[in-house]
Design a protein around this ligand. Sequence first.
Ligand SMILES: Cc1cc2nc3c(=O)[nH]c(=O)nc-3n(C[C@H](O)[C@H](O)[C@H](O)COP(=O)(O)OP(=O)(O)OC[C@H]3O[C@@H](n4cnc5c(N)ncnc54)[C@H](O)[C@@H]3O)c2cc1C
Length: 316
Amino acid sequence: MSTGTHGTGVTLGSLSSAVTKWGFVDGTGTYREHMRGMDDLSEALHVSLGMLGVLVKVTIKVIPLYSLHYVSTRDTLANGLAIFAEDIRQHRHVEWFYFPGSETIQVKRMNAIAPVYQSEWSKRIETLKLQIVENGAFFAMSELCKWRPSFSGAMSKLAAANVVEGEKMGISYEIYPSPRSVKFQESEYAIPLTQFESCMEEIHSTFNSGIFNVHFPLECRTTAGEAGFLSPTQGRETAFIAFHMYKGMQEGPYFEWVHTMMKKYKGRPHWGKLNHLTANYVYELYPDVEKFLAIRSQCDPDNVFLTGYLRKLFTL
Ligand SMILES: Cc1cc2nc3c(=O)[nH]c(=O)nc-3n(C[C@H](O)[C@H](O)[C@H](O)COP(=O)(O)OP(=O)(O)OC[C@H]3O[C@@H](n4cnc5c(N)ncnc54)[C@H](O)[C@@H]3O)c2cc1C
């Protein structure tokens, strides 16, 4: 709730957007409560990176228990891009995995249904599929790519050909999360939703040129726009594109390219993942950073919460 952690769904905000009231201890040691309103303190608290104080109590909006109907399919990138704008409005959650250098994407679509628990049988089958294909086989492929990075293109295509298709139903918390036991480095960017198709085309053509050895799929998600001063989705419906590199493989040049490309799309990096942020860039990406800092100086006049890392990002 301090970093804008998000899921996927163009009508849905980040976890921060669920908060209706914050209880926090500020830099003077004072406990304060604040109800969300159309005011600057709310927009500052929305994503605060811990710079306003320690959140000790939050009140969040909840909805009655619901289930999800989940469908995973394989599609071509070209078709996915052609229907993307409509598709994301027809389903509560849409998530893509794009396999670098292949023409294939995996599309996960999920919609809310009345509460129904996943059957034990379905759970077992799904766990087996996830353990064997998405984690076991993918781990073996990743180790192979670490040993011979030039195998990455072939491994990406192999992973694309073996996407787990199927459907399942169950309570939201049984269906939405996916276990991830293959370790990776990640950088993720929030770009204006309207730019998604052109950005993916640029990414695809770069992978096709073969300059990077990447086998890890890119994860693409969407969210509603938010107002928070430091929210990566501030002021715009957003597409998130996440880039990964297997732990132990060289991610430097790849992430450097991602960072340079994302500048063109005014991509705001996820605060909680690897990024190339500098103070100048933070000021460029976040038009209300001064408003945030004015509130920060009232909440934390002695800079108790300004770590060395944050000082670099917020001092010009
Ligand atoms: C396995 C895994 C899966 C992930 N999946 C997703 C995903 O699906 N979507 C997504 O958006 N991100 C995802 N992330 C990234 C995630 O958003 C960050 O890891 C998260 O922001 C870290 O928050 P934390 O509280 O765990 O960590 P911390 O490092 O403890 O905190 C992160 C920041 O929040 C501040 N903070 C922490 N606690 C408080 C508090 N009580 N009061 C005020 N400030 C506080 C800290 O000062 C720090 O600046 C994932 C990360 C991992 C490891």
